[in-house]
Write a protein that binds this ligand. Structure first.
Ligand code: ADP
Length: 247
């Protein structure tokens, strides 16, 4: 292909990512309006709802939250493609973050009859990291581990913070990733052949996780064997500047 054609295609691709970001951004306004309206209806300020009306409004609320998550993911994909991931590194208490994540994951693991084991220090530090992306990445690895592990299996989370590096591994005894798919697993919208038609998902999570972790100066990788299980690893540099929480 001629160099000028390559440049043109790259420019078209960039414009597509830009447009995707603008559309996602615009979608937030109506989604937020629906969210507020459902909250108003449920608060009773606009009159008492019957039980079945309340159920209907609650299901609109759940779907709206899912829609908001999806739009946020699309915005993230566009930002990563354009190399403009907006990190907001503020003091982040990792104890609070892990408590929030484990509350959600414990419920998911119980529902699925998957054993959840955690190996973590008693106290984690407060460090400068982007809360949203760090939270999203760790939660995504754990919820994937539960999602792709059949009932009776186990998920093990190990976390350490030695030498100013947060090391986190999430090991599962699930379906694993076929060898042929492994090098594409962090690709945009990619889903492995062994789960594509059987387990729900959209293939956004790991793509956004890799973009965000690398933007933070960290690394993310995995080891996996089909039908045996997978282990995902994350390393993040811990910056204590402006926090006095080093332990
Ligand atoms: P999703 O889970 O929504 O499909 P992700 O981006 O989180 O999207 O993951 C991309 C793909 O990586 C998944 O579709 C699946 O094929 C594979 N994958 C991720 N985590 C695991 C895991 N713990 N075990 C097996 N496969 C996994």
């Amino acid at each position: 292909m001629w160099q000028s054609q390559v440049t043109l295609l790259a420019e078209i691709d960039r414009q597509k990512d830009e447009l995707l970001g603008i559309i996602a951004h615009q979608l937030f306004t109506p989604i937020t309006a629906v969210k507020w309206s459902t909250e108003n209806l449920l608060s009773g300020d606009t009159g008492k709802l019957t039980k079945s009306q309340q159920n209907e409004v609650e299901s609109i609320q759940n779907v709206t939250a899912q829609l908001a998550d999806l739009v946020a993911m699309i915005l993230d994909v566009s930002r990563i493609q354009l190399g403009r991931i907006p990190l907001n590194n503020v003091p982040l208490d990792l104890n609070v973050m892990m408590k929030e994540i484990l509350e959600i994951i414990t419920i998911k693991a119980k529902e699925k009859n998957v054993k959840l084991v955690t190996h973590m220090p008693n106290t984690l530090p407060t460090v400068l990291l982007d809360k949203r992306y760090t939270h999203m990445t760790i939660e995504n690895l754990l919820s994937n581990a539960v999602k792709y592990t059949p009932a009776g299996g186990a998920v093990t989370l190990t976390m350490t913070t030695a030498n100013d590096i947060l090391r986190c591994s999430v090991k599962d005894t699930g379906c694993g990733i076929p060898k042929a798919d492994q090098e594409k697993i962090f690709g945009k919208l990619f889903r492995a052949s062994n789960v594509r038609n059987t387990v729900d998902g959209n293939g956004f999570g790991l793509y956004v996780a890799k973009g965000a972790i690398e933007a933070e100066g960290g690394k993310i990788w995995f080891e996996s064997e089909e039908n045996k299980g997978s282990t995902f690893f994350v390393e993040l540099p811990l910056n204590y500047q402006q926090t006095d929480q080093k332990k």
